[in-house]
Design a protein around this ligand. Structure first.
Ligand SMILES: Cc1cc2nc3c(=O)[nH]c(=O)nc-3n(C[C@H](O)[C@H](O)[C@H](O)COP(=O)(O)OP(=O)(O)OC[C@H]3O[C@@H](n4cnc5c(N)ncnc54)[C@H](O)[C@@H]3O)c2cc1C
Length: 282
């Protein structure tokens, strides 16, 4: 981000180009952005706020598998949830101990069941989401500080979770052997959610909705210590998840327009009425 120390003046791209702007709205993960995208010249109070954000409760992470299968698995529905027998224990492992349950609970989505473009005819596309704990540390803010809790051996855990979920799907649905059907595979884990998608600690929903992360406690949409810089997205006000994030974008838009002394195009009506004027009169 480019700034004169107090006010944002634009952004710097990876290639080193500076794009000037009157305002900047940040959509990247808020915790990551405060710690990695803000200019070095921000006041020390902003830097300590950025550091404090890394200590806040994060949401869970996931190990996600994306498979192309050479044939359909009719035993699976579009949406499938496989709950561990000890599901209470499995949620404690994720949310209290930031680890992986001994027996995972997971969600299997088969997009090709409802969308014929998701896979060639007769074949299947499958997405598997295994909720797991987030990383103990942020890679970007605390590289190898002594005394930090050790990370789990994620590559080994991914291999073991993959074996478990294949076994569970096969056993519970009596479907054909899955392994020989996998023709292409992409995997995401807490490590890649952080390194490729810039999600602090690999928390897939950003900051959690724990008590001290909601309402007045949630990081504000106006950036701290940097004028004309705003946030949208999961970790800012009002919260995470696609519907809330979309509603939040309207809050930020209203704030920007208020700060610029500009009229809101939706007047007193709702965003729905602007987008669908034909329906708003019925
Ligand atoms: C596996 C998974 C499953 C989920 N399931 C659900 C669900 O079922 N229901 C639900 O409501 N929510 C779900 N979520 C959460 C939901 O996707 C998020 O809450 C929501 O997308 C967050 O919106 P956002 O705008 O904050 O982030 P995003 O939509 O991720 O947008 C952030 C953008 O910032 C960009 N970016 C990152 N770093 C930089 C940078 N340095 N410079 C420029 N741009 C950058 C990224 O490329 C990305 O385009 C899920 C998330 C994951 C990962």
């Amino acid at each position: 981000m480019a700034s004169d120390g107090k006010t944002v003046t634009g952004i710097k791209t990876e290639s080193g180009e500076t794009l000037t702007a009157d305002i900047v709205v940040v959509n990247a993960d808020l915790v990551y952005a405060y710690n990695n995208l803000f200019p070095q010249t921000t006041p020390s109070s902003t830097k300590s706020y950025a550091n404090s954000l890394t200590k806040r409760a994060g949401s869970c992470s996931s190990i996600s598998f994306y498979w192309s299968l050479s044939q359909k698995i009719p035993e699976l529905q579009t949406h499938n949830i496989f709950l561990a027998d000890e599901y209470r224990e499995s949620f404690d492992a994720i949310f209290d101990r930031q680890s992986i349950p001994h027996e995972p609970s997971f969600y299997v989505n088969v997009p090709s069941r409802v969308d014929p473009t998701a896979a060639p005819e007769g074949k299947e596309a499958i997405v598997i989401l295994v909720p797991v704990g987030h990383l103990q540390n942020t890679r970007t803010t605390s590289p190898s500080t002594p005394g930090l809790p050790a990370e789990l051996d994620w590559p080994a855990l991914i291999t073991s979770v993959r074996k478990s979920i294949i076994r569970i799907i096969e056993t519970r649905t009596s479907c054909a052997s899955i392994e020989p059907l996998i023709t292409n595979e992409i995997t995401n884990s807490p490590l890649s959610w952080e390194s490729e998608f810039n999600l602090s600690k690999g928390s897939i929903l950003g900051l959690s909705h724990s008590f001290f992360n909601v309402l007045a406690f949630r990081p504000q949409t106006r950036a701290k210590g940097l004028k004309n810089c705003y946030f949208v997205g999961a970790s800012t006000h009002p919260g995470t998840g696609v519907p809330i994030v979309l509603a939040g974008a309207k809050i930020t838009t209203a704030q920007v327009l208020d700060d610029l002394g500009m009229e809101k195009p939706w007047g007193k009506g709702s965003l729905f009425e602007i987008l669908h004027p034909e329906k708003s009169h019925t």
